[in-house]
Write a protein that binds this ligand. Structure first.
Ligand SMILES: [Zn+2]
Length: 460
């Protein structure tokens, strides 16, 4: 079977692409019972007569192809649907009725996906959890639009990806419909359910912090400056790529926060105003540009998500310290460079291997790689490079080679050898010397950004 990503054997299929998912979910929180109808708009990329969807744990009871009953066979991880002889590009609709008690999908990095809370639900599917709650083509490079419709008990607040287009309480149930109209990888689809209230923030796109009423998320918490972060990153990285941003804080503690498209989910333990928490609030937000809008085609290139999100933490640190007692971007780089030098130097950033994909060294070395590009290009060219990276690839998939080619466009004619610098950071395990960025220049960049944002938000 043609597996799109060698890090995820058995997931996804290149013989077809999905254009749109319409997920109708009827969910009982107390018993974790899910009744679902998933309608997929599928486009074959080659001649075929069968479509193999990823589905784990839920039992299919009916499959329609273009409205007519179809034959199908369900194995442990696949649902094979007979679709008749199809030509490439010939669009078809597959509607799967399935049900069960969804569970997170086990794998090398632990179980991922459908996560029951004490009173609610938080779905975080990276990297292989999506098939545990809906039939899909589990390939990050196969991006589609989504409509997610959820029926739950009326006391719950539901968040899914995108814009809330409908909410009503009818017949003793709450009905919520969300639409994500920009291309989304299956692992970034999510549903969050809890007894939540919504704190709306003022920014250039709607920003919400969704939280339990007894949990504080405002002044004196890690979420205090969430809206300002959206503005700072929009200046540095280009326009925020989706219609809104939400941070969902659950009433449980969580080990790590997780990004989804248009939102991130946190445990209540991430609210206290420590730098460790605030940097994660920045990190998850940065994934909206790096990971969600611009997505690595394969997991080997995960540094294109994590290195960039980690560098965003340092940029936020620089912005918030503003000459104060926090660390500026050069001090962050120096601190983590020193830590990396003390760790084993046996990891290749552009292909760390599945078990080391989320190793902290991928994050820190990835961030230092960007710092090295910045040291070479200078602030003006570096941020222009970042902004064109996000806008030219918005909604698409990318590779490390593409990033290298992109960077080289910004080297001046009489310039230096950036290709060699990138090669050392990306492809050999030894840590190159600490790159040094002109901190005064950095301060000027951030100062002019802060002034523009201040004027926009009326911060005075
Ligand atoms: Zn991350």
């Amino acid at each position: 079977m043609p597996t799109p990503d060698p890090y995820l054997p058995g997931h996804g299929d290149t013989r077809y692409r999905v254009r749109h998912y319409d997920l109708h979910l009827d969910y009982k929180v107390t018993t974790n019972r899910l009744d679902e109808v998933a309608t997929l708009t599928v486009v074959p990329s080659q001649e075929l007569s069968r479509v193999e969807l990823d589905l784990v744990g839920l039992k299919a009871s009916k499959v329609l192809v273009d409205g007519k009953k179809a034959r199908y066979r369900q194995r442990e991880r696949k649902l094979a649907v007979e679709v008749g002889q199809r030509q490439p590009g010939e669009e078809l609709q597959i509607a799967v009725t399935c049900a069960g008690k969804p569970r997170p999908v086990p794998g090398v990095h632990g179980a991922a996906g459908w996560e029951e809370l004490t009173d609610g639900l938080a779905v975080g599917s990276q990297p292989y959890g999506a098939p545990g709650w809906f039939p899909c083509n589990d390939d990050a490079a196969d991006k589609a639009t989504y409509r997610i419709h959820l029926v739950v008990a009326p006391s719950y607040h539901v968040v899914a990806n995108g814009t809330l287009v409908d909410h009503e309480v009818r017949g003793g149930t709450g009905r919520w419909t969300y639409e994500m109209d920009r291309p989304m990888s299956p692992y970034l689809a999510t549903v969050q359910i809890g007894q939540y209230v919504v704190d709306r923030r003022r920014a250039s796109v709607p920003v919400e912090v969704v939280h339990p009423p007894q949990t504080r998320v405002g002044r004196g918490t890690a979420f205090e400056r969430q809206a300002e972060m959206v503005e700072v990153f929009s200046e540095l990285f280009g326009p925020y790529p989706f219609a809104e941003y939400r941070a969902v804080v659950s009433d449980d503690d969580m080990e790590i926060p997780l990004e989804a498209q248009g939102l991130s989910s946190f445990g209540r333990n991430f609210c206290p105003p420590t730098w460790e928490n605030e940097r994660l609030v920045a990190h998850e937000l940065a994934h909206q540009w790096f990971g969600n809008s611009v997505t690595a085609e394969q997991l080997a290139d995960i540094w294109l998500h994590e290195g960039f999100a980690c560098y965003s933490e340092w940029l936020w640190s620089d912005h918030r310290s503003n000459g104060g007692d926090g660390l500026d971007v050069q001090q962050q780089a120096a601190k983590h460079h020193e830590e990396l030098r003390r760790k084993p130097q046996d990891l290749v950033l552009a292909d760390p291997g599945m078990p080391d994909m989320f190793d902290d060294r991928v994050y820190k070395r990835g961030a230092l790689t960007l710092h090295a590009v910045r040291a070479s290009l200078g602030d003006e060219r570096f941020f222009e490079m970042l902004r064109t990276w996000t806008t030219e690839n918005a909604g698409g998939v990318v590779t490390t080679d593409q990033f290298v080619q992109h960077c080289l466009r910004f080297v001046p004619e009489d310039g230096f050898e950036l290709a060699g610098v990138l090669d050392a950071w990306l492809r050999s395990p030894e840590i190159p010397a600490l790159p040094v960025v002109d901190v005064e220049g950095s301060r000027n960049t951030l100062k002019s950004i802060a002034e523009r944002i201040g004027a926009r938000l009326g911060l005075g």
